[in-house]
Design a protein around this ligand. Structure first.
Ligand code: BGC
Length: 354
């Protein structure tokens, strides 16, 4: 009988080891985790790249650890009420963590509070909320993103680095338009301000030909609005600052249909380094873009989520650098370490900006 029990115990141990996957590489837990992911809308070039990379990275983490990460990814369809309902469902279902790309970042406070009441940690991504929202439940909430002022600055610097410094018609002033993403989005606000600030800081006189065009990150709207600006301002228009590549690609289409040539008589810069923009850049039809590193942002968001699911405390801020892109190889995706910041550090840095 004793022998039988010993045999059963050994057999059980064997089963446990098999369940853990490759021995030595596994942490031995072999647990299943439920991850709720709320995306502001699926119909977005950049967030699609991000979402796909997040999925494949979680699969890879599962293979490496023997754990199972079950992702429930919801499309907020650009509507905060819809998304809040999706997140409330995640809370009711008792997910182990929530990753949220909020439609409206001002909803962060109420979402964090609801999640806190159910003890479900939250990782916010891509759309940065106010610092005060990140103070609600420190240790159990994090924002993973990129500093949009950096991307705006890089856009301006790329224009300043061209032969004409943006003053194509040589009248002493760079006349530009901005294709604006979305008023509720910090990325749009800061890229708009910092692209121009970089020109000014480089000592380049500049003037907006119009108020920023609200093109909602969208290619068709970017095209439509650039077409009407070209019609209205003609060769006065020298630079198009697009808050993202989607709109920059639309601008290039409008410029070509108007019979003008990017690089020769007008300059266009975007942000994201999506494949369509990289194709244009390769063919000399886009002045530059900025890599919005979805690869490292999604990996960091997943790693932070895993730490939270394991009951650990995390930092409030994780930042991934943007990268200037004026030629193909510049946008290469490679592993990069996120920089972390405390609430105090972020507050000091933001105060110094003003
Ligand atoms: C990207 C945009 C995207 C937006 C979504 C920004 O960081 O540059 O392309 O539409 O995020 O929130």
């Amino acid at each position: 009988m004793k022998k039988f029990f010993k045999f059963m115990a050994l057999a059980l141990l064997g089963l446990v080891l098999v369940a853990c996957g490759k021995s030595g590489e596994s942490d031995g837990s072999g647990k299943t985790y439920q991850v709720g992911v709320a995306i502001y809308q699926f119909n977005d070039n950049f967030m699609t790249l991000y979402r796909k990379e997040l999925e494949s990275y979680f699969t890879k983490l599962g293979e490496e650890t023997g754990n199972k990460y079950v992702l429930d990814i919801q499309d907020g369809k650009q509507d905060q009420a819809t998304q809040t309902e999706q997140i409330n469902n995640f809370i009711a279902q008792g997910k182990d963590v929530i990753l949220a790309n909020l439609v409206d970042p001002t909803a962060a406070g109420s979402i964090i509070s609801s999640a806190q009441a159910a003890d479900i940690p939250v990782v916010l991504i891509n759309r940065e909320p106010e610092v005060s929202e990140m103070e609600i439940w420190t240790g159990k909430t994090a924002y993973v993103g990129a500093d949009a002022t950096q991307s705006g600055t890089y856009q301006g610097e790329m224009i300043a680095a061209t032969d004409t410094k943006g003053d194509i018609n040589g009248d002493g002033t760079v006349n530009y338009i901005t294709l604006f993403g979305d008023p509720a989005n910090v990325d749009a606000q800061q890229r708009t301000a910092y692209s121009v600030k970089a020109l000014t800081d480089a000592g380049i006189k500049n003037e907006a030909l119009a108020e920023p065009y609200l093109a909602n990150w969208d290619t068709a709207k970017g095209q439509e609005m650039t077409a009407s600006a070209l019609e209205q301002f003609g060769t006065k228009l020298e630079v198009v600052f697009a808050n993202n590549d989607g709109m920059a690609v639309g601008a290039v289409t409008a410029i070509e249909s108007a019979g003008r040539k990017v690089g020769k008589d007008i300059l266009v810069v975007g942000v994201d380094a999506i494949p369509d923009a990289m194709e244009l850049l390769k063919n000399g039809k886009l002045t530059g873009t900025v890599l919005n590193d979805h690869y490292n942002q999604s990996h960091t968001a997943a790693n932070v989520a895993v730490e939270l699911m394991e009951g650990k405390e995390v930092q409030p801020y994780y930042w991934i650098d943007y990268v200037k892109v004026t030629k193909e190889g510049d946008a290469e995706l490679k592993d990069a370490e996120a920089k972390t910041e405390t609430i105090k550090e972020v507050k000091e840095r933001y105060a110094a900006r003003k």
